[in-house]
Design a protein around this ligand. Structure first.
Ligand code: FES
Ligand code: FES
Length: 127
């Protein structure tokens, strides 16, 4: 299957690959798996005292579309509030990357990962 130029760009030059210290108070970690294919995505956010996401990291064990989706999302969440990050929809990711129907679940994985990271952060802070 042919990947779009944007997928290839993120796949070949993934942004924000890596990890933060999970136990850091300012970090939220989301780890999700795709039942359809067994791919796994870990996405982390670093939140400042004003509740703004100032940085993000990811590690994805998966296909090119999953890597591109998580790379894109780490760029999108920077500067957003937690609520704004929760509003990111997989359909926007799929549209930006021009994902074909069989790869839509890869973008859902990225949406789920960011939601899980926000939830982890909120759980840590009792809200
Ligand atoms: Fe997940 Fe392709 S099926 S890597
Ligand atoms: Fe399963 Fe992409 S995440 S094929």
């Amino acid at each position: 299957m042919a990947y779009s130029d944007k997928v290839l760009d993120h796949y070949e030059n993934p942004r924000n690959v890596g990890a933060f210290d999970k136990s850091d108070d300012h970090v939220g970690t989301g780890m999700v798996g795709a039942p359809a294919c067994g791919d796994v995505m870990k996405l982390q956010i670093r939140v400042n005292d004003e509740g703004i996401i100032e940085d993000a990291r990811f590690k994805t064990y998966g296909c090119g579309s999953a890597i591109a989706s998580s790379s894109l999302v780490t760029e999108w969440v920077k500067g957003k509030s937690l609520d704004q990050a929760m509003d990111i929809r997989n359909t926007e990711i799929a549209k930006e990357l021009a994902l074909p129907p069989v790869k839509i679940h890869c973008s859902i994985l990225a949406e789920d990962a960011i939601k899980a990271a926000v939830k982890d952060y909120k759980d840590k802070h009792g809200s």
